[in-house]
Design a protein around this ligand. Structure first.
Ligand code: 13P
Length: 225
């Protein structure tokens, strides 16, 4: 099974960086989904990449200054969206109810949803993940994908053991009545990808810091391709 490589640029890269970045990305033999800063999304779409947004709002139109609707996103060729990233939950106070509404609205416009979930280091992962998934997907039947990103592994260069990742992903899968795809995210790098890639239940990776660096992505390509 080919691994899904999702690139979460977060709020990184300048417009002037994009030409060489896109050229570099085109040379890689990787099936990527790019989640650029929203104002750059059209450039990735026009370059032929599967492109997603890092967030959307849950109304189609209206007086919501600064927001982007799933309908608008779909109208320019966006096909994916990340919803519930821990940075959105923690820094922008997104609630489970917001997340449920966003997923519902995104699915209505035909976007593929990657729901991000993850626990703090001192939390019981089963309790947290079950609650996050249950609340996010209340009254939603459509299939989605999950990105499991333990909060303590994001940007820390610390990753869980393979045993722990496998156990957690199997737990997440047990909460669904379909064969849900689960990506792993949190400090994925050219250094640890070889070890990580031994976990066979992982459907792919959601890469943050490493995603804007073509050399890092080359190292990842060598392992997952
Ligand atoms: P890092 O790869 O920088 O740890 O970020 C992970 C992440 O948050 C991807 O969504």
């Amino acid at each position: 099974m080919e691994k899904i490589i999702a690139l979460n640029h977060k709020m990184n890269l300048n417009y002037g960086d994009l030409k060489s970045y896109i050229n570099g990305l085109k040379k890689l033999d990787l099936e990527v989904i790019v989640f650029p800063t929203a104002i750059y999304a059209k450039m990735f779409i026009d370059s032929g990449f599967k492109t997603g947004l890092q967030n959307v709002y849950y109304h189609k139109w209206g007086a919501y200054t600064g927001e982007i609707s799933p309908k608008q996103a779909a109208s320019i060729g966006i096909s994916y969206v990340l919803i519930g990233h821990s940075e959105r939950r923690d820094k922008f106070h997104e609630t489970d109810e917001d997340i449920n509404n966003k997923i519902r609205c995104a699915l209505m416009e035909g976007l593929k949803v990657i729901l991000c979930v993850g626990e703090e280091a001192n939390e019981d992962y089963k309790v947290v993940l079950k609650k996050q998934i249950h609340n996010a997907l209340e009254d939603i039947q459509d299939e989605i994908m999950i990105a499991y990103e333990p909060k303590w592994a994001i940007g820390s260069q610390i990753i869980p053991s393979n045993k722990r990742i496998k156990e957690t992903i199997n737990y997440i899968k047990s909460l669904f009545d379909y064969d849900v795809k689960v990506l792993y995210g949190g400090s994925v790098s050219g250094e640890n990808i070889k070890t990580l890639n031994e976990v066979n239940v992982v459907s792919g990776y959601l890469i943050g810091g490493g995603s804007t660096n073509i050399n890092e992505l080359k190292k990842i390509e060598e392992v997952v391709h």
